[in-house]
Design a protein around this ligand. Structure first.
Ligand code: ADE
Length: 224
């Protein structure tokens, strides 16, 4: 899979993309992440990518020309399954969205800033708009990093234990059951006996019950 990220702050991705699972996925050649600094596509002598909004009002708007030339340059090289704009007014990112995106070959992720992008960018180029939650971030970069992480861990071969992404919370619309490791007792809190006994059939049933109980208690909306 190839992910092209368009941003005014490529440095923000250095941390999340250069460690742990995302780093290994790139090293293994399972995913290519390409960062594009939007300023490189500005023909303006100060490399500006934003401007005042028509009609007045506080906050700058990201101009269409640099975004258009970046997207058009990428589209000349390959076809994209989805061109995604990270925005608080997009559809809420859910596990199902990440599952679907993880099956794609090429996606572009555009990170918004300031008051957002000129509406015509959305009309002309964007095929999907995604929000990571009902709150406003300073820019789309952290949201993009969250989404990209959730996608990449689903690509076959990325996680060393192939089944572990399938038992994540939200797969099957259930939260994950509680997990324990050694020691068997800590400050009077014991690991449930059933896990220590090692009967895998019983453990499976217990885990299903716990997942259901946890979902009913914490996220009953997932069961609707
Ligand atoms: N940009 C700013 N806030 C955002 C959010 N909640 N989700 C996606 N992109 C954003």
């Amino acid at each position: 899979m190839r992910i092209d990220v368009i941003t005014v702050l490529p440095k923000l991705f250095e941390g999340p993309f250069s460690d742990s699972i995302l780093k290994r996925a790139q090293e293994k050649g399972l995913v290519e992440i390409h960062l594009h600094n939007l300023r490189d596509y500005s023909t303006d002598k100060h490399k500006n990518v934003d401007d005042y909004q028509y009609g007045g009002g506080a906050g700058m708007v990201m101009r269409i020309e640099p975004i258009a030339s970046c997207i058009e340059a990428l589209k000349k090289e390959r076809t994209y399954d989805e061109i995604i704009y990270m925005t608080p007014d997009g559809e809420l990112l859910e596990q199902g969205t990440s599952n679907r995106l993880s099956t794609f070959q090429n996606i572009i992720v555009l990170c918004g800033h300031y008051k957002g992008v000129d509406e015509r960018v959305r009309e002309i180029f964007i095929t999907k708009e995604i929000s990571i939650g009902s709150y406003v971030l300073s820019g789309g970069e952290l949201a993009a990093a969250v989404m990209v992480d959730s996608i990449i861990r689903l690509i076959p071969g990325v996680l060393s234990d192939e089944t572990s992404a399938l038992t994540d919370s939200f797969q099957d619309h259930l939260l994950a059951p509680p997990v324990y490791t050694r020691p068997p007792e800590f400050q009077g809190h014991r690991v449930p006996e059933i896990l220590l006994k090692g009967n895998f059939k019983e453990i499976e049933v217990w885990r299903e019950e716990q997942a259901l109980k946890r979902t009913q208690e914490r996220r009953p909306d997932l069961l609707d």
